[in-house]
Ligand binder design. Structure first.
Ligand code: IMP
Ligand code: MG
Length: 192
């Protein structure tokens, strides 16, 4: 009998050009990222607050938190950034805010992918103004533009990838493909 992920993968098979990062590689790297994060906070007695920006980082957050060998709490935020035409302004609107005060807390933003980094640099400024004890970013994927950006400093990066559109493991194209258990490249005709 097929498992649910296998069914989803075969349903989407026609749209996928190539699997870039398979399940096993993801799991191994997520474990390394979680262990490195725990090591950075080894002397801190308080639970970490993991902030997930909906929806793309959901899969990463759930796996990352379960691989984390120290206690953590989860918070979710939803933001909307303005479209391509105005994105250079970096204007972001909060659709759903944190439910807890982060003053004096150790906060980790758990991100799915950094591209221009505009949304995240806004978020870092916004969260910093709430006076956490520490604030860091762990991103699973990073594209070249973000690597060159001085505005977004990451404590850790899972994979540096090329400047191409990827889906799966939480990432979507038109809200589809999030449930795929791997990260994949779409066939060009899917965009057209
Ligand atoms: P940034 O503000 O330009 O860094 O955009 C980051 C956001 O854009 C991510 O959180 C994703 O929601 C989305 N994004 C960027 N690149 C991709 C991709 O290759 N696939 C799916 N979503 C992406
Ligand atoms: Mg995101």
């Amino acid at each position: 009998m097929s498992t649910v992920p296998e069914l989803a993968a075969s349903y989407y098979a026609d749209a996928i050009e190539e699997i870039l990062i398979d399940e096993e590689t993801l799991a191994q790297r997520v474990k390394e990222l979680a262990e490195a994060t725990a090591a950075r906070h080894a002397n801190d007695p308080e639970d970490l607050i993991l902030i997930c920006v909906l929806k793309g980082a959901v899969m990463f957050l759930t796996d990352f938190s379960r691989a984390l060998p120290i206690p953590s709490q989860m918070e979710f935020m939803a933001v909307s950034s303005y479209g391509a035409g105005t994105s250079s302004s970096g204007v972001v609107r909060i659709l759903k805010d944190l439910e807890r005060d982060i003053t004096g807390r150790d906060v980790v933003i758990v991100e799915d992918i950094l591209d221009s980094g505009l949304t995240l640099s806004w978020l870092i400024r916004n969260l910093s103004s709430r006076n956490p004890r520490s604030l860091e970013v762990v991103t699973l994927l990073r594209k070249p533009e973000a690597r060159q950006s001085i505005n977004v400093e990451c404590a850790d990066v899972g994979f540096d990838i090329a400047d191409e559109f990827v889906v799966g493991y939480g990432l979507d194209f038109n809200e589809q493909f999030r449930s795929l258990p791997f990260v994949a490249k779409l066939k060009p005709e899917v965009f057209q």
